[in-house]
Ligand binder design. Structure first.
Ligand SMILES: [Zn+2]
Length: 197
């Protein structure tokens, strides 16, 4: 906790001072981000840092392994879908980015297969990317190790999330008219580079 408070002190002296006017405008006029990013909760892949964003620039939702579930308007607690709905129908963002990354713990759990020690929620959440796992396992590459399998699954799961985005009617309709663009990116934690999926 001390580290966090020390960091906030640095924020007040640095970032806050630099963007104080911008924060004041955003407080007065509200936010109008042009893009939404769906990213992993992993501490190494903060979208605001990776894209070097100013305050108000991107709308972000983070969850385990940057997954988008399929459209399912029922009484479940759909946190990611609610964030998407707000960004697309209220804020009217122009771009949706699914940001995957290397060394993703959720993907490694998924690729490890069913186990009894994956807690109460992680296994059923990761089932969203089961199609990605199947695609990777069904097309093995010669001499492939576990890390390479996981890397391929990270990319396949981004494709699954992009497909799932299109199951939301208010996303699909805007993509068709050109009001909204979807993109998949993979961030390499070791090199800091981005790859388009
Ligand atoms: Zn991750």
């Amino acid at each position: 906790m001390n580290n966090l408070m020390a960091g906030h002190k640095r924020f007040r002296n640095g970032y806050w001072r630099r963007y104080q006017k911008r924060f004041a405008t955003l407080a007065r006029e509200g936010q109008a981000p042009e893009a939404m990013v769906i990213a992993c909760s992993d501490s190494r892949v903060s979208p605001e840092v990776i894209f070097d964003c100013a305050p108000g620039e991107i709308f972000v939702v983070r969850n385990v392994s940057n997954l988008v579930p399929p459209y399912a308007p029922d009484t479940g607690n759909h946190g990611t879908s609610a964030a998407l709905e707000f960004a697309v129908t209220v804020l009217k963002v122009k771009t949706l980015v699914v940001l995957g990354h290397s060394l993703c713990g959720g993907i490694r759990t998924l690729m490890s297969g069913p186990a009894s020690n994956h807690g109460d929620f992680i296994e059923s959440w990761m089932a969203i990317a089961q199609t990605a796992r199947k695609r990777v396992c069904d097309s093995p590459e010669q001499g492939e190790d576990f890390d390479s399998l996981c890397y391929r699954c990270e990319n396949e799961s981004i494709r699954v999330s992009l497909s799932n985005l299109m199951t939301f009617p208010w996303i699909a309709s805007r993509v068709k008219t050109g009001e909204l663009t979807l993109a998949g990116l993979h961030f390499d934690v070791q090199t800091g580079k981005l790859e388009t999926i």
